[in-house]
Design a protein around this ligand. Structure first.
Ligand code: 3PG
Length: 307
């Protein structure tokens, strides 16, 4: 059986080594397609794959049509909005993710970006500190929980909004549950986004919420660009010259925003949140083990699509 690792944005070499070991120990073979630049390369490579490990690579009906042997796709990471779940189900393919495996890496980057924003992008002027400030976490999943843990070290006051998370989980982490989304934005100096991109959340954060933020508010987005209403954000930044937006996923209007609001917006050139050796090792090896468990024993504990 062949397990194909197809990553436009490759894992650290040490993670690839770990993946190979986990797959080969089980008696299966690794096929590697890293840094591919043309979709044709992906479509050719999947022809021989029984299992597929990907990151944010787009996996749609064209891939399933080109992969007659494919039984399982594991997204080495949390968000699976890059995979067409209905097409997978129609093709009889199981889709899984590896929740939690890269969340510390993303959470650490939140603070890298937040510090940069409150220190005025390191431009030499006097900024402010995180200590004593209020942090609002928009969605309290694995990343949000790691953000809360680290925020305590900065001595921040932390609150979170997540209709899918019981209050006890937040209270257990010394985080104040917030029920009203407007309050999340109006009461916090820094808001960190951790909502997945779904039909419910796409373009859900825009002018009305962002302009509720207190003076010198910072919005940090290490989630997905799709959750932002980009035109609304643009208007909010224009109307409120005190606000900043820092994101790990450049919006489509990035060039325009950078030109209009110098020193107030920052975007990484490529999604960097999970781009650490540790996160790559954790997520990559978990993905390899999940592929093996599915192919060998039919175990689908982390399945996210319908059968
Ligand atoms: C995730 O959903 O796990 C993160 O956004 C990381 O994505 P990446 O594997 O493309 O870096």
């Amino acid at each position: 059986m062949n397990i194909l690792v197809a990553t436009e944005k490759p894992f650290a070499p040490v993670a690839v080594e770990g993946i190979c070991n986990a797959v080969e120990e089980a008696g299966y073979k690794v096929l590697l397609l890293e840094k591919y630049t043309d979709r044709k390369q992906l479509l050719e490579a999947v022809a021989d794959a029984d299992a597929l490990i990907v990151r944010s690579d787009k996996i749609g009906a064209d891939v399933f049509a080109a992969a007659p042997r494919l039984k399982v796709v594991v997204r080495a990471g949390a968000g699976y909005d890059n995979i067409d779940l209905d097409a997978a189900t129609a093709a009889g393919v199981c889709v899984e993710n590896t929740p939690g495996q890269n969340s510390n890496a993303v959470a650490e980057l939140v603070f890298g970006m937040a510090v940069m924003a409150v220190r005025n992008m390191y431009n030499g002027t006097s900024g402010s500190e995180l200590r004593g400030k209020r942090l609002g976490i928009h969605a309290f999943g694995q990343v949000g929980r790691n953000v809360a843990r680290i925020a305590k070290g900065f001595e921040m006051n932390v609150s979170a909004l997540d209709p899918y998370c019981p209050d006890e989980v937040m209270l257990g982490a010394e985080v104040t549950p917030i029920k009203d989304i407007k309050e999340l934005y109006s009461e916090n100096n820094i808001v960190s986004l951790h909502i997945p991109a779904t039909d419910e959340t796409r373009r859900s954060v825009g002018y009305d919420l962002v302009t509720l933020m207190p003076k010198n508010g910072v919005l940090v987005n290490t989630a997905r660009k799709e959750v932002i209403d980009e035109a609304g954000l643009d208007r909010a930044l224009a109307d409120r010259p005190d606000l900043k937006y820092v994101a790990d996923i450049a919006p489509d209007n990035a060039a325009e925003l950078l030109e209009k609001y110098p020193g107030r917006v920052f975007f990484t050139p490529k999604k960097m949140g999970a781009q650490t050796a540790e996160a790559n090792i954790n997520a990559g090896i978990a993905a390899a083990r999940q592929c093996v468990a599915f192919l060998r024993d039919g175990i689908d504990r982390f399945r996210v699509n319908k059968k």
